[in-house]
Unconditional design. Sequence first.
Length: 202
Amino acid sequence: MRITLFGATGRTGHLLVRQALDAGHTITAYARNPERLTIEHPNLAVVAGQLDNDEAILAAVQDADAVIEGVGAVSDGTRRIIAAIDKSAVRRLVVVSTCSVPDPQDLPDAKFKALVQFVKTAAPTAYQEVRRAAEIVRASDTDWTLVRVAKLNNKNATGKIKVGHYGHGIVGLSITRADMGTFLLDQVADLTYLRQAPAISN
């Protein structure tokens, strides 16, 4: 499958590129600083560009079967990516989000409420941006899935991924980057969570 990945040069992005290539996918990585992506592979192409470069974003997505967006709390970037998707044939969009984004199926949970309040206080701009990005995704006509995570760690993959909604006693606070990458790649072809916002953890 041809996948375009936004946010390829961070720790999670690097890992996700490697996982996708190992799984046999063809990857287009969109990168502000392409030199930071140290992976070389015949099935990897890199498109250099900022998140305000509409022409470059369109070039990156137009031949894709799916897009994975992990740019973080940059809602204008999310908006521009979706605008490019609307001009292309691609429909599937998988977006990395956080527990700061609520969902109607969530229930009250003290530990997640405390974590969200900490983020809201310590990083108010990022908090507002990630929520705004989620609103943009939900309002789009794409075949979207918002994948919500609370905390990421660098431990080895466990192969054990809990999926649910906050407050139901299923999902915990943390997941390995490797396991999150596996889940994101699975969503490219799996429509179980189409137009939903599942939360995941180990």
